[in-house]
Design a binder for this molecule. Structure first.
Ligand code: HAM
Length: 441
């Protein structure tokens, strides 16, 4: 990059974040932590191990895996040349990187792997509610297992997450099978013949896709094409026997586990690596960006990237969309909103040192306590105001009187209960009880 390109042409003008890339502000970070914590625990409970990969990869990795003729690779990647002249890309998704890393470190040699990841992904899409240019995914990938049982497992894991977050009744599972690569190639010919016969009804985008990626035409949202698409030959009717059995077994397992689903024969997904099972969890509560989790099988990808044939299945969910959904539906638990439990305030400057020591004692005695210590002096009134603003449930007061009698005052900031004067040990016991939620509010 030349010096003139980076020069500061308008000194003094405020520099703003890039469109479609958001700051996560403190008022929302507890909710993100609640979501991420719930997912992380769940992944561990199902025996998935975390993998972290760089956010930048060689461009060829994504072009070869996601597919040259996909929206992502054609229009949406943040691709640049680095100082060595290599073409690099900010990852638009996590699966390709996960496969690359697993192969590179020998994780796929004669063994199965259950991996999960989370982090920022980058796509140059038109920003709108639920769609951003930097967004965050949590995803998982299971390698080396080709039966429908692992497909069912990853779907059950996602369903359990919805249950734990209170979302199950607000999301719908859509399923389809894309069949084997061979069956899909044969179906592709049938489909192209059908579209050729209805060429006059195809929009510009679809005409372009007719030669490059005709299955994606099925995914078109153009209402003018809807009747013609409704009559198009269905992939489900052209499945190879093995894929059909796989799909039937999967649906039986889901039924046995009490998971409702609908079969959507037009669900083809926007990335080229899929075969057999594909699925999406969608909601109607977020407007047009309603897919909160999506994935499927990609049995050919490892080989396509130079590894041994390895069956694989996975999904990724969009964290922004799920956080938005929790907020929209009012499903955010109070604990995910509170940042601190208690605010400890020295009532005057003479108590500052003792308050700091007490804060440390309490943190040692009660590791779960989220305690903020008042710093910065000020009048008693302003200290109490700050205690209130902190969002804490209780204030702990330490003044001359308390110090003389070796006690601490416990003041309830959110409920009408009498202030208590407690010895330090009684305070620890009382806070422990309050934190465990044993005491009625
Ligand atoms: P995907 O459907 O491209 O699949 O993305 C998965 C999820 O990421 C979407 O359902 C959505 O919730 C979220 N998402 C995608 N783009 C955006 C965006 N611009 N803004 C906000 N959220 C977005 C994949 O990425 C595959 N790697 C999933 C997978 C894993 N398949 C197998 N393993």
């Amino acid at each position: 990059m030349s010096k003139s390109q980076v020069s500061n042409k308008e000194p003094g003008k405020k520099i703003q974040a890039i469109r479609g890339m958001n700051d996560l502000l403190p008022e929302h970070s507890s909710l993100w932590q609640y979501f991420e914590g719930t997912v992380q625990t769940l992944m561990q409970r199902y025996g998935y191990a975390e993998i972290r990969t760089p956010i930048v990869e060689q461009t060829a990795l994504f072009a070869r895996s996601i597919g040259e003729v996909t929206d992502i690779v054609e229009k949406e990647m943040y691709t640049f040349e680095d100082r060595n002249g290599d073409s690099l890309t900010l990852r638009p998704e996590g699966t390709a990187s996960c496969v690359r890393a697993a192969m590179e470190h020998g994780l796929l040699h004669n063994q199965t792997q259950r991996l999960w990841y989370q982090g920022p992904m980058f796509r140059h899409e038109r920003p709108q509610k639920g769609r951003y240019r930097q967004f965050h995914q949590v995803g998982l990938e299971a390698f080396g297992l080709d039966g429908p049982d692992i497909d069912a497992e990853v779907i059950l894991l996602s369903a359990r997450l919805w249950k734990e977050l209170g979302l199950l009744e607000h999301v719908t599972l859509e399923l389809n099978s894309l069949g084997s690569n061979e069956a899909r190639a044969a179906y592709r010919d049938t489909l192209v013949a059908y579209f050729e016969a209805h060429r006059d009804q195809l929009d510009e985008d679809s005409l372009r896709r007719l030669t490059s990626n005709p299955l994606r035409i099925l995914d078109s949202k153009n209402p003018d094409m809807a009747p013609m698409l409704a009559d198009a030959p269905r992939l489900m009717d052209h499945l190879d026997d093995e894929s059909r059995t796989h799909f039937e077994q999967l649906t039986r397992m889901l039924e046995a586990a009490g998971i409702d689903y609908t079969i959507n024969p037009r669900l083809v997904r926007g990335l080229d690596y899929y075969c057999r099972t594909v699925f999406e969890w969608t909601t109607t509560a977020l407007g047009s960006q309603g897919t909160v989790c999506a994935g499927g099988r990609y049995d050919g990808l490892v080989e396509q990237l130079g590894g041994k044939p390895t069956p694989a299945v996975g999904f990724a969910m969009g964290i922004e969309r799920l956080v938005l959904l929790l907020q929209t539906l009012g499903l955010v638990p109070q604990s995910a909103l509170d940042e601190v439990d208690a605010y400890l305030l020295p009532m005057d400057d003479g108590a500052t040192g003792s308050a700091m020591l007490l804060a440390e004692q309490l943190r040692t005695a009660l590791p779960a306590l989220r305690l903020q210590l008042h710093c910065g002096g000020g009048s008693f009134k302003s200290r109490i105001k700050k205690a209130d603003k902190s969002g804490a449930r209780f204030a702990l007061l330490l003044g001359e009187d308390e110090l003389t009698h070796d006690r601490v005052s416990l003041k309830f900031l959110r409920e009408s209960r009498d202030q208590q004067s407690l010895s330090r040990s009684a305070l620890v016991a009382e806070l422990a009880t309050l934190l465990s939620g044993n005491v009625a509010k």
